[in-house]
Design a protein around this ligand. Structure first.
Ligand SMILES: NC(=O)c1ccc[n+]([C@@H]2O[C@H](COP(=O)([O-])OP(=O)(O)OC[C@H]3O[C@@H](n4cnc5c(N)ncnc54)[C@H](O)[C@@H]3O)[C@@H](O)[C@H]2O)c1
Length: 255
C-alpha cells in the first residue's frame, strides 16, 4: 500500500474533491487528517472513512487563518507523530467578471484560495522536513491556465497556485519534498452544482458545458482524487513542479 505508515492532511475535505482525496488516501492506508471549516460535514466525512475500517481524524480549521492552520498541523503531529502528504484543496468560488467583483470578494478568494495554500504549506513543510521529506499536491484549475471572464478573480488565484507550486518544488526538492498541482476542468461537486444551478436552465447548461469536453462529460471527484493520490505517492517519485491537467480534453480544444 503506497501510504502505509504515512500521514496525510487534506484541506477542504468535508466535500467534493477533498472528500474523495481523503477517502482514497485512507483506502491506500494513509492516516488521514481532514481539515475543513465546516465542522458538521467534516466530522461526517471522517466518520464515513472510519466506518470503512480506515484511520481518519477531523480537525476544524479555516485555511486562511495562520493560527488555526498551525494548530491543525500541531494536532496532526500530536496524534500521528509525522506528516508526509499535504493536499491543499480548500477553496471558495465567487462568480463575477472583473468589474462585478468587489474588493471584499477578491480578498476573500485570495485569502482562502491562495493564501490558504501558502499558510498550510508554511506550517506543513517544517513538519515534513523532520522526517526527511514529503509530497504536496495543490489543487489549481484549468482556469489557472485559460481564462473565464465570469471567474476572473478565481482564475487569477488558481494561476497563482501554479507559480507557487513551481517555486516550492525548486525550493524544497533538495530537501526531499515534491510539490505538484492539478488543473481539473469541471468536476461534479457541490461547487459546480451551485454554478450550474444559477443558470436559467441548469440542465441545458450542464449539457452545453459537457459538449466542450473531448470526453463529452465533466469529471467525477474520484477521478481527480486518483491523480492527487498518484502525485502524492512514491509512484510519482521523479515528478515535481508539474501542473497536471485532468480536464477530459477541455483545454486541448482550439476550435
Ligand atoms: N469542482 C470543480 O469543477 C473544480 C474544478 C477545478 C478546480 N476545483 C478546485 O478543487 C477544489 C475542491 O473543489 P470542490 O468542487 O470539491 O469544492 P466544494 O465546494 O465541494 O468543497 C470545498 C470544501 O472546502 C471547504 N472550505 C472552503 N473554504 C475553506 C476554508 N477557508 N478553510 C477550510 N475549509 C474550507 C468547504 O467547507 C468545502 O468542504 C478547490 O480548490 C476548487 O477550486 C474544482
Amino acid at each position: 500500500m503506497p501510504f502505509s505508515g504515512k500521514t496525510a492532511i487534506v484541506t477542504g475535505a468535508a466535500s467534493g474533491i477533498g472528500q474523495a482525496c481523503a477517502e482514497l488516501l485512507g483506502r491506500r492506508n494513509a492516516r488521514v487528517v481532514l481539515v475543513d471549516w465546516n465542522a458538521e460535514a467534516g466530522e461526517q466525512a471522517a466518520a464515513h472513512i472510519r466506518s470503512l475500517g480506515l484511520e481518519a481524524h477531523y480537525c476544524r480549521a479555516d485555511v486562511s487563518q495562520a493560527r488555526e492552520v498551525e494548530q491543525a498541523v500541531e494536532e496532526t503531529l500530536a496524534r500521528y507523530g509525522r506528516l508526509d502528504v499535504l493536499i491543499n484543496n480548500a477553496a471558495v468560488q465567487i462568480l463575477g467578471t472583473l468589474t462585478e467583483t468587489t474588493q471584499e470578494q477578491w480578498e476573500r478568494m485570495q485569502s482562502v484560495n491562495l493564501e490558504g495554500v501558502f499558510l498550510c504549506s508554511r506550517y506543513a513543510i517544517p513538519a515534513m522536513l523532520r522526517t526527511g521529506g514529503g509530497s504536496i499536491v495543490n489543487m489549481s484549475s484549468a482556469l489557472g491556465l485559460v481564462g473565464d471572464p465570469d471567474l476572473a478573480a478565481y482564475g487569477a488565484f488558481k494561476g497563482g497556485i501554479i507559480a507557487l507550486t513551481k517555486a516550492m518544488a525548486i525550493g524544497y526538492g533538495p530537501h526531499g519534498i515534491r510539490v505538484n498541482c492539478i488543473c481539473p476542468g469541471d468536476v461534479n461537486t457541490p461547487m459546480v452544482q451551485e454554478f450550474f444551478a444559477k443558470a436559467p436552465d441548469p440542465e441545458r447548461f450542464r449539457t452545453e458545458v459537457a459538449s466542450h469536453y473531448a470526453l463529452r462529460r465533466i469529471a467525477e471527484p474520484a477521478e481527480i482524487a486518483e491523480a492527487a493520490a498518484f502525485l502524492a505517492s512514491g509512484a510519482a517519485s521523479f515528478i515535481t513542479g508539474t501542473a497536471l491537467v485532468v480536464d477530459g480534453g477541455l483545454t486541448s480544444r482550439c476550435y
